[in-house]
Design a protein around this ligand. Sequence first.
Ligand code: CO
Length: 194
Amino acid sequence: MIEGLLANNRRWITEKNAENPSFFDTLAAGQAPKILWIGCADSRAPAEQLLGLQAGDLFVHRNVANRVDPQDPNCLSVIQYAIEVLKVEHIIICGHHKCGGVRAAYDRTPLHDPIATWIAPITALAETHTTELNAIADIDDRCDRLAELHALQQVQILQSLPFLKTARDRHQPLQLHALNYRIRSGKIVVLENS
Ligand code: CO
């Protein structure tokens, strides 16, 4: 299995060098991405591929159900580094339809920790939107809407982080975007820009 992956890697190197002989020299000189992408770990949501970007273009954090957790040092470290060192100009939270984490949270699927604790805030979010969600007849559509509400909520959480406030105080250009990736069509839509 690994042999096949390494063959892919060699092919990718050949392609990149053919497109741009200084591609790897540029990467080796350092990174200067303008965008932090926070997305779901779902294998169907590969950030660079969805956006037609390549190595060096995105700083990326992915976890189950694209959460921004103010208690998670992993997530916070990525955001801190992106804002304070890389000085990214955009932070994208991209949720997606057919998200297994969102569905498990909505269904209250019995799970063991740590994932049970990890997705619990999404169950809580669903409870605060019971009226809107219950008005959607189809359960898949209901969970797709919950994924959108969840992405919007993650932007609000992001806004409340100290790194964001400091960046705003410094007048550092920084736009936040809640996106949704519609996995049935591949289309990405904007839920909110702020
Ligand atoms: Co997901």
